[in-house]
Design a protein around this ligand. Sequence first.
Ligand code: HT7
Ligand code: ZN
Length: 845
Amino acid sequence: PQTIFLKDYAEPHHWVDTVHLTFKLAPRATRVMSKIVFKPNEANTGDLILNGEDLTLLSARINGAAIPHEQTDRHLIVKQADLPDGPFTFEAEVEISPETNTALEGLYMSSGMYCTQCEAEGFRKITYYPDRPDVMGVFTVRVESDLPVMLSNGNPQASGEGWAEWHDPWPKPAYLFALVSGDLLAHSGQFTTMSGKTVDLNIYVRKGDEDKCAFGLQALIDSMRWDEQVYGREYDLDIFNIVAVDDFNMGAMENKGLNIFNSSCVLASAETSTDATFERVEGIIAHEYFHNWTGNRITCRDWFQLCLKEGLTVYRDQMFSGDMRSHAVKRIEEVLQLRARQFREDNGPLAHNVRPESFVEINNFYTATVYEKGAEIIGMLRRLIGDEAYYKGCNLYFERHDGQAVTIEDWIKAFEDVTGRDLTHFQQWYSQAGTPRLSVTESWADGSLTLTFTQSTPPTPGQDDKRPQVLPIMIGLIAPDGSEVVPNTVLEMTESTQSFTFDNLAERPVTSILRDFSAPVILQRDIDAKTRAFLLAHDTDPFNVWEMGRMLAKDTLVAMITEGTPPTTDYLDALKTMLSDETKDPAFRALCLALPSQDDIAQTLFDAGTTPDPMAIYEQREELRHILASFLQDILPDLYDKNDAGAFKPDAEGSGKRALRMAVLSLLTLNDQGKAAQKLFETADNMTEQAGALMALLSAGIGQEELASFYAQWFHDRLVMDKWFMMQIAVAAPLEAAHIAQNLTHHSDFDMKNPNRFRAVFGALQGNHGGFHAPDGAAYKLLADWLIKLDPLNPQTTARMCGAFETWKRYDADRQSMIKDQLKRILGTPNLSGDTTEMVTRILG
Ligand code: HT7
Ligand code: ZN
């Protein structure tokens, strides 16, 4: 496989005007007829280069005549000398086999339906085409099928028995092409846009799933309205279709007018879905819808610019979810996720720039860094320039680049133009990997407080020397009486070391630093117990209140693990006070009660220069759970009763109460031998509580009967069964996890070809830190065995799951050597895919 470099970008030799495609669908012999009008690119003339993989070419003509052409396993090339002058029409007929396409890229079949996934480079598995995002064409598609529903992008144009035609007036790159055909039912609605146009909305699902669409449809309507109200962006077709597909490598795909969703990210009902699922569905529907402007109308010039659409769209979906629910709670959840996924990536062998400079397989760069750090960059930009300039800049970007394929430079330029600022230094966030460490000291004299910040970023693979980043550090100052003397203030740090002074202060205030997590850094602050307790009680920034509690919990666990010190009353009392404070949102209190994950503790220990012992981490975290259960025993039953949300509604209020109730139940179960959890398991009318009760029981080492009855109740529902597989592995004791996972791979409902099921088992195994790092190395071996089996079928999912091994350098010599052995075994597998080869090679370093 070849490495592709950003610096080598060159425009294509040919642009596309129009594309006509006809699909005669058949499981093993689909015919695809294409008619493409090309025009030469006068700025870069040359051969006609078309991508194509796994295609059987039946015919190729230019302007109606057969043409001399070269064909390799990846291209069809027509020499410039053999091309007519000026525009020409290329026609081809190819045959493909969707039924045997297990990679789920291109045209494939899932549960009897035809569907496509073309991002990033899947269109080349459908027909010969310049499959690159800067080539945009107007598509007309005819589908011929035995199945009743036939969909493609854009607006429906005509249809008859066994055929349908679609026309998409908006020029688009091939990665946004989509086609679906199946025996599907639609859950339908309408939306009237800000200019009064009516848009038909449909969510297409398999029979039996039609009662799980209402929430998704409402989320779509809310997203459409929000994008009009907040960004002024209106939808631009007569119809917006969503299709739920069971076999899908990622969450969803924003194809123009025809979003395709992993069914786990669109279907939701109270009985079968947890609050977390409802929240995810709402967020992903919004994300894919928002791509219509940030990604589709304005797309990426090349795949190195992926963060241009993904970082911005994640930022937009985060803002939306904050507006729909609670900004404070959402921000804490975002940071938890960022630290768990992106910091982990940024501090290991897979660290890369938000805009990478090279790749072998672009699918390996749909990462937390591109998505989540990409979103953090947008948040920082907004904080630095202010809300008004942010929206002005966005509007300028939309106006200036509508219909274009652009770069990060184009995005930044819009903000330079509206603010008059030079954002060159800020733009370095896209080209420097690694998480900055930020430390701070304070000095106080004569009514002046000086904060001195120092930043440094550790080396990452291929980038030894790091420069200071531009950091918006939001702070607040609080007087000893608890009043805020300096409200939210953004300090703009650009140097390695920089001081900021606040004058005319009557008394020395307490500083609240990095409010709302205003920059994606690791804050290293020596903070004494008194200051921390003060901030816990008085900080007006909810993120920092949570953060103080988090630090207390982490320090407590680290001291238990490394020194055998029992928890201090500081921590226990603070937690009790917080939990009992009914002025605080239950969702927020639930987040305060949740202990840091084992993986988080392992990284914290490693950062502090200690080799983490996964067994000690597991045992001490369990010990702390027992200590909390006992210390809080007088308030737990009451908290449990008071947070009964009543009839299920998947809104912020109900889900917040249930989150607190389930977190409480998990501790309560350690005190009452599972009585409350068993009762709830039997009586719950919603999955949040049923699964919450089951998890509480399993986490306490009981609940096998309930696990069996859960199976008996839900074996027919594939999404609930994913939970059944996942839960028992996720909470298994370290020495049992690999064994349980292995047994489950023999279960008749285990299907390695279904990415959701594969992830339910092996995602849960790698997420069970103690179990994955059990001393015998059984989990390492089991995962490697299955990655080797999956790779020939589905390289994309295999490569992604290799990330389980990315933290190997944290651990002791024995574990390092066991992991390396498995990685080398994977790498030594004959015919290993390029995707997996690239990932394993990078992880090994
Ligand atoms: N833009 C979509 C990315 C995506 C994808 C990428 C590679 C392989 C399969 C895929 N399915 C979807 C999803 C998104 O970010 O909106
Ligand atoms: Zn996206």
